[in-house]
Design a binder for this molecule. Structure first.
Ligand SMILES: CCCCCCCC/C=C\CC(=O)SCCNC(=O)CCNC(=O)[C@H](O)C(C)(C)COP(=O)(O)OP(=O)(O)OC[C@H]1O[C@@H](n2cnc3c(N)ncnc32)[C@H](O)[C@@H]1OP(=O)(O)O
Length: 280
C-alpha cells in the first residue's frame, strides 16, 4: 500500500480507509486496493463554498498529497448538486477581514487542486455553476451526469471571473470557446458541455460515474508517478505561476471590487431571486 502517515487513517470494513479527522463538510474515503481517494463535498443544501468548506477541502488536499494518494475523485454527497459555487453570503455585506480570509483560502485550494501530483477526476453528479465549475475544471478529467448544467456564469451576476478562473477554462476548451462562454456567463447543459470538450464523459448514475472515473485513473497504473507528476507540473506551470505572482493583487481586486455599492446591489438582487425561486 503506497499510503503513508497511517496515523491519520483508520481502516474500515470493505478495504476502504477513511480519514479519521473531524471534517464534517467534506468526507474522504481511500480505497485500500487502488489508493484512490474519493473526496465528497457535503455542505447541504447546495455545497456552496464558504470559508469553512474551502478550509476543509484545502487541508484534505494537503493530507492526500502527504499520503501519496494514487488518485482523486472529487464529487458531491448531495446528488443533483455538485456545487453551487462560491457562497454568495461570503461576498454580500461582507466582514472585510473574513472576506480576505475566504478569498485567500479559495486561492490556496485552487493552487493545491490545480497542481496536485496525483491524477484527479471530477465526478460532476449535479449542477456546477461558477466556483463549482472551477473545481471541476481544475481536475484532469470530468465525468458528468445527464441533465445538469456547468459553466462560469459570473457576468450574469454582474461580477467578473478572475484571470485564474478564465485560464482554468481556457486550458480545457480553448480561447474562442472561453471568450464566448464567459462574456455571456453561459451555463452549458451536459450534452453541450461534452460537445465543446468541457467534460469528457456523460454517465447515467453514480455507479457508472465511479466506474468511469476509476477507469480514467487506472490509465496511470503503469506510468511512473514521478514522471507523470512532473509532466503535469510543467504543463500547468505557467497558469499556476501567473496566479501565485498576482495573488496579492487578486485579493486586493476582490475586496475593492466586491465591496462596491453597485456590485453589492447586484449580489443582493441575485440572492433575492434565488430565495424567491426556492419559495415558489
Ligand atoms: C463580489 C465580487 C467580486 C468579484 C470577483 C468575484 C469572482 C467570483 C467568482 C465566482 C463567483 C461564484 O461562484 S458566485 C456563485 C454563483 N453561483 C450561482 O450562481 C448558483 C446559484 N444557485 C443556483 O443556481 C441553484 O441554487 C442551483 C442550480 C445550484 C441549485 O438549485 P436548487 O433548486 O436545487 O436549489 P435552490 O436554488 O432552491 O437553493 C437552495 C438554497 O441555497 C441557496 N443558494 C443557492 N446557491 C447559493 C450560493 N451560491 N450561495 C449562497 N446560497 C445559495 C438558495 O438561495 C436557497 O436558499 P434558501 O433555502 O434560504 O432559499
Amino acid at each position: 500500500m503506497a499510503l503513508r502517515n497511517l496515523s491519520k487513517l483508520k481502516i474500515h470494513k470493505f478495504g476502504i480507509r477513511q480519514f479519521s479527522k473531524e471534517a464534517n463538510l467534506v468526507s474522504v474515503a481511500v480505497n485500500d486496493k487502488t489508493g484512490v481517494a474519493t473526496l465528497n463535498l457535503q455542505r447541504p443544501p447546495v455545497n456552496s463554498l464558504n470559508l469553512e468548506i474551502l478550509s476543509e477541502i484545502s487541508s484534505t488536499l494537503t493530507d492526500l498529497e502527504k499520503n501519496k494518494t494514487r488518485g482523486l475523485i472529487l464529487t458531491s454527497k448531495n446528488e443533483g448538486i455538485f456545487s453551487a459555487g462560491l457562497d454568495i453570503m461570503e461576498m454580500y455585506k461582507p466582514d472585510v477581514e473574513r472576506m480576505k480570509k475566504f478569498w485567500t483560502t479559495l486561492q490556496d485550494t485552487w493552487i493545491k487542486l490545480y497542481s496536485c501530483s496525483f491524477p484527479s477526476v471530477a465526478l460532476i453528479n449535479g449542477h456546477a455553476p461558477a466556483g463549482g465549475c472551477l473545481l471541476a475544471l481544475s481536475c484532469e478529467y470530468r465525468v458528468m451526469f445527464k441533465n445538469c448544467t456547468i459553466g462560469l456564469n459570473e457576468t450574469q451576476l454582474g461580477i467578473v471571473a478572475p484571470q485564474w478562473f478564465i485560464s482554468s477554462m481556457r486550458n480545457v476548451i480553448g480561447q474562442r470557446q472561453t471568450e464566448s462562454a464567459l462574456t455571456q456567463g453561459r451555463m452549458f447543459k451536459t450534452e453541450e458541455a461534452l460537445s465543446i470538450g468541457m467534460i469528457d464523459e456523460v454517465v447515467e448514475n453514480n455507479e457508472e460515474g465511479v466506474a468511469r472515473a476509476a477507469a480514467f485513473l487506472k490509465r496511470f497504473e503503469r506510468i511512473p508517478p514521478m514522471a507523470r507528476a512532473m509532466t503535469k507540473k510543467y504543463i500547468r506551470k505557467e497558469t499556476i505561476e501567473n496566479m501565485v505572482k498576482n495573488r496579492e493583487e487578486d485579493l486586493k481586486n476582490f475586496v475593492t471590487y466586491g465591496t462596491q455599492p453597485a456590485v453589492q446591489e447586484y449580489l443582493g438582487a441575485y440572492l433575492q431571486s434565488l430565495k424567491k425561486k426556492s419559495k415558489a
